[in-house]
Write a protein that binds this ligand. Sequence first.
Ligand code: PEP
Length: 252
Amino acid sequence: MRRTVIAGNWKMNMTPSATKAFIEELAPMVKGMDKCDIVLCVPFVDIATAVEAAKGTNIRIGAENVHFAKSGAYTGEISAEMLCEIGTEYVVIGHSERRQYFGETDETVNLRTKAALEAGLKVILCLGEVKEERLAGITDEVVTMQTKLDLAGISAEQLKNVIIAYEPVWAIGTGLTATPEQADETCGVIRAAIAGLYGEAAAEAITIQYGGSMNDGNAAELLAKVNVDGGLIGGASLKTDKFTAIVKAANA
Ligand code: PEP
């Protein structure tokens, strides 16, 4: 059985002191909710504080990006080794905001994914179509191509540490949510692409999350779908009560 993973993506929100207060409030609220893995992906400067605050709880900590080089002249970037040394377990790669505003391509997403996996991080690999692609009826082709390009050269063994987050770009931060049927169908297309690359068993085993305005009101019906194995949550992960309600839905 594949694991359900509920992950928060804080984006550029929360200072270290706010991080500590948030996790201290959240931890008792989600205690014992162990039918899913709970992850908070936080800004780089918050990671050490988050790891410390989450010690002894069922909350795991992730980063929101990682560079592909081991070290070198990449001003402002952070390596996988640096993340590992401070206790980071997960990393979000290929988020649409990185693709849209910071020039990420499937090639750099692939390089970052390889570097993260080699260092022992678990990767939350984001992909999804833009509005024009959905309207043009080419969503399946787009997510299949992204799956192939982003995972190029990644072994079946390494794939065990990859979670895919299907995030239709038109639904991120917009308040628009894919219908449960759309989410299920496109997560299914991604699963079929994984089956083509790695075989049926790997496709059955991989966790595929939905992300895009998931909240306490719509989580239950999205998570009920057979191909939706969790959520990557932006806005609603910044409030302990909303995030807890989503974790609760995943534990129902
Ligand atoms: C995200 O940041 O990955 C996301 C899905 O954001 P939101 O939940 O705010 O749409």
